[in-house]
Design a protein around this ligand. Sequence first.
Ligand code: SDX
Length: 428
Amino acid sequence: MTDSVKLNAAGKDLDLKVLSGSVGPDVIDIRKLYAQTGMFTYDPGFTSTASCDSAITYIDGDEGVLLHRGYPIGQLAEKSSFMEVCHLLLNGELPTKDELDKFSYTISRHTMLHEQLATFYRGFRRDAHPMAIMCGVVGALSAFYQDSADITDPQQRMIASHRLIAKMPTIAAMAYKYSIGQPFMSPKNNLSYTGNFLQMTFGVPAEEYVVNPVVEKAMDRIFILHADHEQNASTSTVRLAGSSGANPFACIAAGIACLWGPAHGGANEAALNMLREIGTVDRIPEYIARAKDKNDPFRLMGFGHRVYKNYDPRATVMQQTVREVLGELGVTDPVFDVAIALEEMALSDPYFIEKKLFPNVDFYSGVILSAIGFPTTMFTALFALARTVGWVAQWNEMISDPEQKIGRPRQLYTGPTQRDFVPLADRK
Ligand code: SDX
């Protein structure tokens, strides 16, 4: 391992320090580059840029590795619960039984929403996209929970984190209920985090909702698979918003807005819509041809990833879960057959092999969510619900860093150089 690299720039010979983490690529410390050379680095899209140091999640894109605080995602998905993973991401360790009981109790006592927030929903059209509602209602939380908005107080930061994790299922379920004109369902503390979400979503006042254990386990696993993912676009958005000192609710609302994009969390909705549009296996070659056509903006939604260039370990678990859930629910969905066939065809096509395009976490999730009964418009809201714990864990890590500064990238300026104002009368 080298401890520095040489750079000749602006007529100067520089020795730039190399920093090493516990695992993964080393980084070249360029923090003083501009001061020493008057030059910036240039990396739109941040393909070669480490924006921070973090101890939360590690991804090896070539090996298809995803670790949360060192634990492989496959083991967490198979052996733990979303509440355990939330504790792990927030506190750094898997909880003991007592710690888990206390954490789960704390979260369950924050699931209620201030009654006035329910009126926010009335301001939306019934056909408003749930992500529009999530952006608005989560941002509005800062107007109701000022007692946990002081980011300099670790205690308040943790209360805000617990509130966000606890209230997201309530907010998402209310968005769904509002869209179908059914009454909001209150949280039930005797149910699990995920069971409570299912009853708030699919329960009705007229009868006692019975949680289906198969669906509860599948949903809990889907939450685990979406919990955190290093410095992805929405997490980077949360960190950048947090670096200005914005309150945690505003930061998470910013993350929700970024996640909504079809290149990011919005891909799960787009992927299922694409699979439904393809409809039958015999139409797959037409869509693969379009995805390869440089003149066609169409991309296979749920395929490709900035980091994973081998396979997304979450997609593997998700595909297994689809088989289990459809089998146990006795549901057959032709869309799943199309998804399996599309993966096989794409992964044997030189274009996808050469560009290292594999199914990502969003490719299969929609099949399960649809089988459980969610409309496609709710898919990204569920992603936001699960990713909230990752966002708040990363936000807390950044705010706790005494050296953190406001994020302020520079640019390569390509506009007009200085020129004098032309009065209106003189403009041709
Ligand atoms: C998520 O970052 C994260 O960790 C995100 C996430 C998380 O948990 O937070 O994992 C969640 O966002 C998963 C990704 C969901 N998005 C999609 O499924 C949308 C479809 N995929 C793409 O738009 C794309 O693959 C991205 C956005 C995911 C990654 O884009 P990159 O890394 O910027 O790669 P690129 O756009 O430069 O593509 C490289 C090449 C291009 O061809 P060339 O210009 O080199 O000729 O691959 C092609 C692209 O045209 N390509 C695709 C493709 N994805 C990339 N071609 C067809 N179909 C696709 N899906």
